[in-house]
Design a protein around this ligand. Structure first.
Ligand code: ATP
Length: 214
């Protein structure tokens, strides 16, 4: 079973990395690929360009052999639809391989408004990582979906290629990229919220010093 974890990663931080490692180990994934988006669909565009976000991800995961960075969304100029990303991954993996799409609880809250959500579930399982301050299934429609598709056991996920939804307990870290960008724009150091090599990159390149995050 393999996993992918999509996001802006503007910048990547420990609130992405530790929960991702919890999933890698807790679900017994063979590998987990971080997939940075190029053109955001449901949110503001990233502050750092694609190359910088890719470089920061590479710096963050260099010592974890189970992690990889997958640049496929960065190579497309069109909006980064997860549906298209999963189509291209399925072409490579074939129909039978078990595939998990990791998302945070806040992202899951908007899942039914994504492009082709039910087709996404035909191509992958959803692994919803609990996140401080976010109830993963507030909406009745999401609760119904979870009732129909919910799964509580990694072995059951591994037995099927796609289609189930698992709420995964992960280390609860109240860290966000927004907060990190705000700290930098205020001239404060965001140290210990993100890996040192990522902070070194940010300081070297002067990223996020002029802020527009409020
Ligand atoms: P921003 O503050 O810019 O919105 P973010 O910190 O939410 O960024 P993203 O790159 O947008 O980070 O998130 C990518 C994915 O990681 C999303 O599915 C999000 O829910 C999840 N995620 C981000 N931070 C955490 C966290 N602290 N705990 C659990 N999941 C998280």
């Amino acid at each position: 079973m393999i996993g992918i974890f999509g996001g802006t990663f503007d910048p990547v931080h420990h609130g992405h990395l530790r929960p991702a490692l919890d999933c890698l180990q807790g679900l017994g994934l063979e590998r987990l690929s971080f997939v940075p988006l190029k053109v955001a669909v449901h949110r503001e565009q990233p502050r750092a360009d694609a190359q910088a976000r890719f470089a920061m991800l590479e710096a963050a995961i260099q010592s974890e052999p189970g992690f990889a960075v997958d640049p496929r969304e960065l190579l497309r100029e069109t909006p980064s639809y997860t549906y298209e990303t999963l189509m291209s991954l399925r072409d490579e993996l074939g129909p039978r391989r078990s595939l998990c799409l990791l998302i945070g609880a806040d992202a899951f809250a908007g899942f039914l408004r994504w492009y082709r959500p039910m087709e996404i579930l035909e191509m992958a399982h959803l692994v919803v990582m609990r996140r401080p301050g976010h109830d993963p299934a507030e909406e009745p429609a999401l609760r119904d979906l979870y009732r129909a598709r919910g799964c509580e056991d990694a072995a059951a996920l591994a037995a099927l290629p796609s289609g189930r939804i698992q709420f995964q307990d992960v280390t609860q870290l109240g860290i966000s990229s927004t907060r990190i960008r705000q700290l930098i724009a205020q001239g404060k150091r965001p140290r210990y919220l993100l890996p040192d090599p990522v902070l070194d990159y940010i300081e070297r390149t002067g990223l996020y010093r002029t802020g527009s995050d409020g």
